[in-house]
Structure formats: C-alpha cells, structure tokens
Design a protein. Sequence first.
Length: 233
Amino acid sequence: MSRRSLKTGVAAGVLLAAVATAGAAAADMSSRSPTPAPSPTETPSGTWNCPGMGEMRPITGESDYLSQMVPHHEEAVTAARQLERSDRPEMQRLGRSIVETQSAEIEKMKGWLAQWYPSSSTPTPASTMMRDLSGLSGEELDKAFLQDMLPHHMVAIMMSQQLLMSGQAQHSEVADFARSVRDGQHDEAMQMRQWLVQWYGPGSMPCVPNMRGMPGMPGMPSPTGSEPSPTGS
C-alpha cells in the first residue's frame, strides 16, 4: 500500500475512534446534555446504523459503489446549498466547496455508469442521512448540518476504502476517484468535528456508522499489503 493510502486509512480509523470517544463522553455529561449522542447498533444483516440515519451496507462491486455514491453525493449537495444562509463565513465556504466538488463528481460517476454499466438500474438512495435543513437558520442550521454531514462523510470514506481494499475497482479511473473521495472527505470530516466540539461542546458529537471487518477502521488491523490493482483501463 502507498504511504498516503496507509496514512489515510489509519487516520480515518483515528477519526472514527475520536468520534466514538466523544460519544461516550456525551453520555457521561448527560446531566448537562439532555440528548447524548446515540451509539451505532448492529443489525441482523451485519450492517451498522445510527438511530434516525438509515443503514449502511457493504458494497458489492464497482457499479454498486458508483450507484450508491451518486445519490449519496446528491443528498450532500442538497444539504450544502442550505449553508448559503449560514451566518458563519467558514460554513458558507464549506457549503460552496461541497456543492462544487460533489456536483462535478456526480456528473463523472453518471458518465462512467452510462459508459461501462448501461444496463444497471438508475441510482436511487438506499437511505436518508441528512435531515431537511430548509426550515433552520443561524446556530440551528450550522449545528444540524455538522451533526448530519460528519457521519455522512464517514460513510463515503468507508465505502471508498472498502472498494479499494477489496479489489472491486475495475477501472483505474474509479480507483483514483475513490482515493480522492476518501482523502478529501476525511479532511473535511476532521474540520467539521473540530467545529462541532469548538462551537457546541463534546456532547454535540453525532453517532457515526461503523463497518465491521474493514481494514484501517477501529478494532481492525491496519492494512499492511498493497491495494489490489484495477483490472480495467
């Protein structure tokens, strides 16, 4: 594995561990926080979910990754547009960055699906992770966005890491794309976690879905081999 891939895989695990620690701290602070962050729960199918945030399932191949990631990105773009109403310039900048970056990535993924998997079904969301932010403003808007987008980003990071480590990427373009999503959203997630704790305290940290058996994630051995090479162009 490249030094960058190993570093990012471990860093993603560190972020998840930090979020989990913050969630435990929130429970200890229950006297001050009336609604401590919930913990992930395992479902009979082996996936993990957070109450009210839908469910995450393992991907089954490159086309499945793209088909899941398109609506996942679309949901993020819809939510990020609401940050134009934020009172914080840094939140406005984050919103514009997500809209610009992920809108371009959506078009790229749709092009790949049409080119390589024309018979695949139209991408549809498997679940909803972001609440409707249209009626919120000020501190309520910022806090709700951060609490929802942090686990939303972590799902994309874990999906991308799974694609890379399982060798399911069939094209080098998709492998490069998955690395970009993983690394870019990891950096944004670290920033969002910092803002949540800084502005709203550790009791504001959300539940973050986890995926059992994924290399580089908490409780799992760090990846030591190389990422399998894509079989396509």
